[in-house]
Design a protein. Structure first.
Length: 165
């Protein structure tokens, strides 16, 4: 209704529109599961075996084995008494036990490790202490695929060789 009792032009032009929804929605792909982070706080002592997937940050004490798919970070106040196995291990505190880092091991200048290390990549900062043996392994090399090669003929050069563009 418009001013002074007159019907406005907009009121007469209004139509009712119904929303049409598709009967089936496309499947939404699931996001990859993020690696969870667990922190063992300063002043806390955990005794036992830790198995799992994700990232563990140790600021307190762990007495036992750590076997993880992911990363272990031992902060300056952290202490681990037992073997540690993980993809990546970073030590600023202290580990007393053997270490297996499948990808990378980083020993910071404040870090100390009393035990043997097996890893593909080892970095020891100036000041970091490693008391044990170190064995380096090779990272797995991905299969090489030659795309567009025409077999052994692609490797031959001669008078009829032409460079493909």
């Amino acid at each position: 209704m418009g001013l002074f009792g007159r019907q406005s032009k907009m009121d007469s032009d209004v139509e009712t529109v119904e929303a049409v929804l598709p009967e089936q929605y496309e499947e939404v792909p699931e996001l990859p599961t993020p690696l969870s982070t667990t922190t063992i706080a300063k002043g806390v002592t955990v005794t036992g075996t830790l198995h799992g997937e994700g990232i563990i940050q140790i600021e307190g004490t762990v007495e036992g084995e750590i076997d993880l798919t992911g990363a272990v970070v031992v902060k300056e106040t952290g202490l681990v008494k037992g073997p540690v196995t993980a993809d990546t291990i970073r030590v600023a505190g202290c580990i007393s036990g053997d270490v297996v880092a499948r990808d990378h091991m980083f020993l910071e200048k404040t870090g100390s490790l009393d035990g043997d290390v097996t890893t593909a990549s080892l970095v020891v900062e100036d000041g970091g202490t490693l008391n044990g043996r170190c064995t380096t392994t090779k990272l797995p090399v991905p299969e090489l695929e030659f795309q567009g090669a025409r077999g052994s003929a692609a490797l031959e050069f001669g008078p009829e060789f032409e460079l493909e563009e």
